[in-house]
Design a protein around this ligand. Structure first.
Ligand code: DAK
Length: 258
């Protein structure tokens, strides 16, 4: 039995971390199942993924504290590497991933959401990096991605003090794009995913790669990255379809990812 459920709806894949009894905390098995679920995504049939947590209370309440409590230094490093590898796989997935944050996003849960392209939250969502209160640093990229996503001072406050950030504050910080009543979150995430899936997949993937790769280098190199990805869209069926439709003042035919 897997701790990660995957369902396909049209071009959208819905991935649910399903360990509700432990508020979807990430132990080694959950991480392994998450990796397997990511590897199994059919990228020909899927144009966007929505990632959420099972139940009404929690997206992911962190890495599994019980499992981590007895780790040696070497085991701790290995656990951190495993999580980082899986999160990086999600971050660099060619298609966009929307985190539907339906409750607690603590520690590894906040870090998991930060590995997604877009975060939408329910009104009961709570974000925090409580690790320093447990005697450790965040280990799944939190010190890096949080400080690149919101202002550095607030990121440092969250990291040093473990300050909790509720949904409305997360919205004002730009940590999430929008907040919805709990029962509307998945509908809103699906609507956005379907909107993304209607656009030309080659162009959406190139946009993701341009943003992610461009943010790692200086602006001159970043512009070259964009130029190359922009160029790669030409002579595709979807580019011809989209532009011909505009010129002919009509809607394009559905895009085909070619
Ligand atoms: N790990 C394991 N179990 C957890 C858990 C977690 N992070 N969070 C919750 N649970 C379990 C609880 O133990 C409880 O299990 P039972 O006792 O029923 O068996 C069940 O979920 C329900 O939780 P509560 O009874 O506590 O529910 P409440 O509503 O009262 O409280 C809560 C909800 C989310 C406020 C509370 O559960 C809580 O504070 N949980 C811990 C949150 C937390 O501190 N998360 C951050 C974890 S640290 C690294 C690699 C990775 C990391 C760091 C370093 N390196 C290798 C360097 C990552 C670290 C973290 O994520």
């Amino acid at each position: 039995m897997s701790f990660v459920k995957y369902e396909q709806t049209g071009f959208v894949g819905v991935m649910t971390i399903d360990r509700e009894k432990a508020l979807n905390a990430l132990n080694s098995e959950v991480l392994a199942d998450l990796e397997a679920a990511i590897d199994a995504i059919d990228l020909d049939a899927t144009r966007c993924v929505v990632l959420t947590g099972a139940g009404q209370k929690s997206f992911v309440a962190g890495a599994d504290i019980g499992e981590m409590s007895t780790l040696t230094k070497a085991e701790g490093e290995a656990f951190g590497k495993k999580g980082n590898d899986v999160f990086r796989k999600l971050e660099t997935l060619p298609i966009p991933v929307i985190a539907a944050v339906n409750g607690f996003a603590l520690g590894g849960g906040c870090e998991l959401s930060l590995s997604c392209d877009i975060r939408l939250a329910s009104e009961n969502a709570v974000f925090a990096q409580p690790e320093t209160g447990l005697g450790i640093t965040p280990g799944f990229g939190g010190t890096q991605r949080l400080a690149r996503t919101i202002n550095v001072g607030k990121a440092k406050e969250m990291l040093y003090a473990g300050t909790k950030v509720k949904a409305d504050e997360a919205l004002s910080l730009g940590l999430v794009n929008a907040v919805y009543p709990a029962d509307e979150l998945m509908g809103a995430a699906m609507k956005l995913a379907e909107k993304i899936a209607r656009n030309a997949p080659i162009a959406v993937r190139a946009s993701k790669k341009a943003v992610n790769d461009g943010l790692q280098v200086n602006i001159d190199e970043a512009i070259v990255i964009e130029e190359k990805l922009f160029g790669s869209c030409f002579e595709t069926e979807d580019q011809k379809n989209g532009m011909t439709a505009f010129v002919e003042k009509r809607k394009p035919e559905p895009f085909v990812n070619r």
